[in-house]
Design a protein around this ligand. Structure first.
Ligand SMILES: *Cc1c(COP(=O)(O)O)cnc(C)c1O
Length: 364
């Protein structure tokens, strides 16, 4: 079973959006609301392995209400972008890293591990079919959302025997409107994102479901995003709800919390570590306490702070607030090192600078 990967069939959307309407939609798409004409689908069953690979018209799903994902949240996802190149072509950024992480997430959620070549092919085929949807504007891209859900019709608690894998695509603009404006963070005293042995290093919807109330707490306290501390001592900085975090010190060195099971291993995080080191900067992957964060911000030793992820790229952090404190980082606005790392990353992703790390995968 499933030894030979399935061949994709292509069923073009007979009701594809007109070129004029599409141009209007992708001119100012926002984030995650404008979807393309097609989607990729691959099915899996214990008996057949991977089968029924298709690029087909994007359409609502029909699901049995007893499908196990609806009850026990056996679900994982990925996020990556196709970037329009100056010559009109397009490329992906490190898709094999997403493929590897998708397998890792699958393992943690007791799901089948999709072959990396099949994962990448599903994305390439979809982008090929919807190539006209890749926006050109600065900061815009075609966001790709591969995901897999447990589709067995069964209320018993066990790993599903059937799965549905899909990729949908969405034309997106800059994630945070207003570009490089610094955001404020709320250090939640109430909630945790991930504990040792949990699912913190798997990209699963459940992690997001449990973070929403903390994000709502942040919003209520006038902050843009929540930052989570470790569960045990409630002291060590981990990450945001969907972004990793970096600190920049007065000597020009950087620090980011170490991966260790409770932090999602971001591909943007990994790329920025490599880019900073290639620039000759020191990057430490070390624990950083919230007490130290405050002391360093107040003494001026901490100059900049930023969050990073595929969706929002590199986003400066200007302030941290908690229940009984609040402080500004640096001048409260976007810092120089943050800006340089942002530009270095984006210029590789968009093909306007050489790619010495071999991260780009040209599509057409
Ligand atoms: C996806 C994600 C990130 C960022 O990962 P990238 O690969 O850089 O997009 C960071 N934290 C969490 C919790 C995530 O889900």
């Amino acid at each position: 079973m499933g030894d030979t990967p399935p061949q994709f069939t292509f069923e073009p959307n007979a009701n594809a959006v007109s070129a004029a309407e599409r141009a209007g939609l992708i001119a100012d798409p926002g984030f995650g609301r404008v979807f393309t004409d097609h989607m990729a689908v691959v099915r899996y069953s214990d008996a057949k392995g991977w089968y029924d690979a298709r690029i087909t018209a994007r359409a609502p799903l029909q699901m049995d209400p007893a499908s196990s994902v609806l009850h026990y949240a056996q679900e994982i996802f990925e996020g990556l972008k196709a970037y329009r190149l100056p010559d009109g072509g397009a490329q992906l950024f490190r898709p094999e890293a997403n493929a590897r992480r998708f397998r890792h997430s699958a393992r943690r959620l007791a799901m089948p591990e999709m072959p990396e070549s099949l994962f990448i092919e599903s994305i390439e085929r979809l982008v090929e079919a919807d190539r006209a949807w890749i926006p050109q504007a600065d900061g815009a891209a075609l966001y790709l959302r591969p995901f897999m859900i447990a589709s067995e019709v069964f209320l018993g608690v066990k790993p599903s025997s059937d799965y549905l894998y899909m990729v949908i695509a969405s034309a997106v603009g800059a994630y945070f409107k207003g570009g490089a404006k610094a955001i404020s963070l709320w250090a939640t005293p109430t909630y945790s994102r991930a504990g040792p042995g949990g699912t913190g290093d798997a990209k699963c919807g459940g992690n997001y479901a449990s973070s929403l109330i903390a994000q709502a707490e942040a919003t209520r306290n006038g902050c843009d995003q929540v930052v989570f501390l470790d569960t045990k001592e409630h002291r060590w900085v981990e990450e945001l709800g969907g972004m990793n975090i970096f600190f920049v010190f007065e000597d020009g060195s950087l620090l980011t919390p170490p991966l260790g099971g409770t932090i999602l291993p971001g591909i943007t995080r990994d790329s920025l570590v490599a880019l900073a080191r290639a620039e000759g900067l020191t990057v430490r992957e070390e624990l950083y306490g919230i007490d130290q964060w405050r002391a360093d911000a107040e003494s001026g030793r901490l100059r900049e702070c930023f969050a990073c992820g595929t969706a929002a790229v590199v986003t400066p952090i200007g302030q941290l607030k908690g229940p009984d404190f609040g402080f500004v980082i640096g001048n409260g606005g976007p810092g120089m090192v943050t800006g340089k790392l942002h530009d270095a990353l984006v210029s590789i992703q968009r093909g306007t600078a050489p790619d010495p790390h071999g991260w780009s995968r040209r599509l057409f």
